[in-house]
Design a protein around this ligand. Sequence first.
Ligand SMILES: [Zn+2]
Length: 590
Amino acid sequence: MGLLRGSRVSFVYSRRYQIELPGVLYDPRRGEKVLAFLDAAGLIGPRSVHAAGPAELRQLRRVHTDDYLDSLDRPESLTRIVGLTVDDPVAGRILEAQRYMAGGTLEAARLALASGGVAVNLGGGLHHAFAAKGERFCAYNDLAVAIAEMRSRGVQSRVLVIDLDVHDGDGTRALFAEDPTVHTFSIHDHTSWEGEAVAATSVELGNGVEDAAYLDAVRTRLPPVFDAFQPEVVFYVAGCDPAADDQIGDWRISPEALLERDRFVLSCARRRERKLPLVVVLGGGYGQNAWRYSSRFFSVLLNRGRPVEPPSTEEATLARYRLLATELAPRDLTGEPQRDDDWGLTAEDLADSLGGLRPPNRFLGYYSLQGLELALERAGLLDRVRSLGFERPSLEMDLGNPTGDTVRLFGADGRRELLIEVRARIDRAAAPGAALLRIEWLLLQNPRAHFTPERPRLPGQSHPGLGMSQDVAALLVLACDRLQLDGLLFVPSHYHTASQGRKTLRFLNPEHEGLFRALRAALRDLSLAAASQAIEERRVVDAATGEPFVWPTLPMALPVTARVSGLVEGEEYERKAAEAAGRYSFRATS
Ligand SMILES: [Zn+2]
């Protein structure tokens, strides 16, 4: 590509961007995942990452009316903007997060102008915020705030805002409707602001758009704007919600086409004769994979035009926790001095030798309560729980039960709101020659969240989930590393838990894998919740005998060492699973 050689790329981020909202598909850690990936791939150093501070009130007032800004103090105005009932503390955190994102776009604009290069805010793109109202999750229009700040500093350059989020950049177009020095360009599904603007391109493509039509629109509509308007600075809202697997948008854009789109924008703004300062903001992107689209684009920016493929979300979560775990010494986790200090004896060893009747005080014989708390705090898990509104999370252990050791995390000291409960023990019998961490029971729930049509109640649930199952799975894998175990063992008690677990776990027995595939084939027309419910209510029957199917014990494993991966991978396993799948046949009755 060549056009990136010599250009500097800066990133702006703050942990204050992260806000957990139950039932919202937005990934609060998208920016952090992108940074962790770019760092692990060796593409950025610490000096290319800058901290965002909050936008100041005087900066917000250049764009938004005082009445509107005042109204944001009342939780009900924010409830309207985010479409969820929010109470005071949550409203405060949403506003704080968006104020930091606006500050991030300000900082990115400053960096891009100062260096003449590219600066990326790993947040922002709040394009549905108008002068006197906020809509669809956007309270402050960070793009407009940054452009207004440039103007206040005497930068009069012509600005082009390219907004390729799947939704109309309506707020931004309306805010600059009368400003001939800012051209707003948006390609979207439906136009949501029909007003006239002196310098704007608004392209509506409708529903279900595919690669060819999308890339054609970008390639034919964008270059004429560069030629006619002759921008001197470019802002790019690189929304990932046109992606086929996006949880909100209904377009069917492939990862390759999305990357091609980003490269095309880059080539328009940064080709040899026209190296314009470029400010990139994340924009929309909903679901597990949103961070991966942004990561591919930024890897192109940093790796001389060659994309680096990010790992799966599960692998990335685990890698992040492994990195954190290297900072925790065994003594931090166990509360014991290292074996090589002192005489290699602890007070408890002495107590043991003096009678051996002391009750167990370590989870899995290893982790002290303080050690677990420290690990959860360092992993950022307790902060996430706090940002869900549980201000003082508290941990307890229940040890010595023959079915396993239990750890519980409550929302506060009173032990009323149970968030996480894990019961585990070490199992040396389930897989020959392997020691596994057997998860007897795993509960992750948010007692303050409500079931909705999009998040229906699943069998066995009293409350919706906590949204942290991958994180807890990663921490359990770390426990395997620490205790030198070969993997995790989990026995799902419902069809839906097995189905969700299959993202990371494999059935230990290929026969069970075959059985599950046959079930899935029979239930493919049902939602996960409906499928699980049908099994629970014995409405799934053996197609040959008509006997109702009863959910059996199907142990699943997550391999950590080759001892276990050898059991659940490979041609032999596949052959047995396929053969078993052919033997089973189920039918759902109504
Ligand atoms: Zn969007």
